[in-house]
Design a protein around this ligand. Structure first.
Ligand code: 5GP
Length: 191
């Protein structure tokens, strides 16, 4: 049997507070050729977020137009806002390299339906207690919002068996290395 190489669509999920953003940033510093998909959202930008870099910030009307035109690979509603993955960008990037999507569990499972060869990776906290501690430590949100995020986190973690891989975020470097190893392994296909 021969080994061939394919481009990988890797979907990374994990509850809010798990440190996804930091791990993914580390991955990009280690593999600058990786491309990250930029999602569209109807939520308001947070301080420091840039349009076209963190998200494409769009109106609800524009988002609904994108849904009806089939321009989104997947989308879901979250905390009263829409989030979705632009289809054309993902498909074009995959022609030349690997692409990373950082999306929630519902979106990830929808991507897997559209692209069975997508690799789903969930980042787990060392423990639920640790996750709650990290969420509270952020100190940017009301108790009510924190409680919402904790219950959402429990829902997301309960779906972990539907993922191809789970990586525990004990350390940022370790988690980033493990995910890059998974992508490297998934690039090789037997023919
Ligand atoms: P935040 O508002 O904190 O940036 O993101 C809220 C949630 O939306 C996170 O769980 C994030 O992974 C998810 N999300 C971000 N982009 C997308 C997307 O394109 N599709 C889906 N389904 N979820 C997304």
């Amino acid at each position: 049997m021969n080994k061939a190489v394919r481009n990988v669509l890797a979907v990374i999920s994990g509850p809010s507070g798990v440190g996804k953003g930091t791990v993914i940033k580390k991955m990009f510093s280690m593999r600058p050729d990786l491309v990250e998909s930029v999602s569209c959202t109807t939520r308001q930008p947070r301080a420091g977020e840039q349009d076209g870099k963190d998200y494409f910030f769009v109106t609800r009307q524009r988002f609904e137009e994108m849904i009806s035109r089939g321009e989104l690979l997947e989308y879901s509603a979250h905390f009263e806002n829409y989030y979705g993955t632009p289809r054309a960008f993902v498909e074009n990037t995959l022609k030349t390299g690997d692409i990373i999507l950082e999306i929630d569990v519902d979106g990830a499972l929808n991507v897997k339906k559209a692209y069975p060869s997508a690799v789903l990776i969930m980042i787990l906290p060392p423990s639920m207690e640790e996750l709650e501690r990290r969420l509270k430590e952020r100190g940017t949100e009301s108790d009510e919002k924190i409680a919402l995020r904790i219950s959402r986190a429990a829902y997301e973690l309960a779906q972990k068996d539907k993922y191809d891989y789970c990586v525990v975020n004990e350390s940022v470097d370790g988690a980033a290395e493990q995910i890059l190893e998974i992508i490297g392994k998934e690039k090789e296909v037997l023919q």
